[in-house]
Design a binder for this molecule. Structure first.
Ligand code: PGA
Length: 257
């Protein structure tokens, strides 16, 4: 069975201003325009989505756009929130759900994450669902159990057919923004287990076809080795996605992986 088409996402988080966003979009576009065989998406801060969309468009780039977060309601009195429909209207194809910063800084639990996944899919956005264990959980030997619990909760009431629009990002919390990365073997073991959970929750086809990205301090120096593992289908990149050269190098590593 051939490996799935790799998918690399750049999560810009809450960084930059409008000039930096346009410059970075342009620079990334220039560097990855010739790349084929990898799906690429960038996730700028919400206020710059349309600017980045237009910049990519002007440069004939096929990089997709994604939102970093959304609320689970369509509209109404929810000050400060952004709906899935609004993201789609700004040109987004994807949305991140369940990122560890949403879980741990903003206290989002399994229930709201599941509601967001369901709402995003109804609104025709594709979901990158982030899961992963904390350092305490890893040290207690609970990595696979935490991943299984988060997956099961987040994907409740999602059909096998809808899973065609879901990517999983396995991001060990202790590796995000810390410079520490899971070893390729540890990451592969976690990914293989996640795939077996997808088989139990859905079907063997869903398990075989769902892309599972690795995230957590991916950089040009470790990307190729990680992406070379059998169950790792690209990555979700934070810090290194803010540097066009590094991000492009990581995208190329996915092409070869
Ligand atoms: P990092 O972030 O690459 O800076 O560790 C990854 C992420 O949060 O998606």
């Amino acid at each position: 069975m051939p490996k799935r088409k790799p998918f690399v996402g750049g999560n810009w988080k809450m960084n930059g201003d409008s000039h930096a966003a346009a410059d970075l979009a342009r620079a990334v576009g220039d560097r990855v325009n010739a790349v084929s065989g990898v799906d690429i998406a960038i996730f700028p801060p919400a206020p710059y989505l349309t600017l980045v969309r237009d910049t990519l468009h002007e440069h004939g780039s096929n990089i997709a756009l994604g939102g970093q977060n959304m609320f689970d309601q369509d509209d109404g009195a929810f000050t400060g929130e952004v709906s899935a429909a609004m993201l789609a209207d700004c040109g987004c194809e994807f949305v991140l759900v369940g990122h560890s910063e949403r879980r741990h800084v903003f206290g989002e639990g399994d229930e709201i994450i599941n509601r967001k996944v369901r709402r995003a899919l109804i609104s025709d956005l594709k979901v990158v669902l982030c899961i992963g264990e904390t350092l305490d959980q890893r040290e207690a030997g609970r990595t696979d159990e935490v991943n299984e619990d988060q997956l099961t909760a987040a994907l409740a009431e999602i059909s096998a057919r809808q899973m065609a629009k879901v990517t999983i990002a396995y991001e060990p919390v202790w590796a995000i923004g810390t410079g520490m990365t899971a070893t390729p073997d540890d990451a592969q073991n976690a990914h293989a287990k996640i795939r077996s959970v997808l088989r139990e929750l859905f079907t063997a086809d869903v398990a075989a076809e769902t892309r599972i990205q690795y995230g957590g301090s991916v950089k040009p120096s470790n990307a190729a080795e990680l992406f070379g593992m059998a169950d790792i289908d690209g990555g979700l990149i934070g810090g290194a996605s803010l540097k066009a050269d590094d991000f492009a190098e990581i995208v190329r590593a996915a092409m070869e992986g």
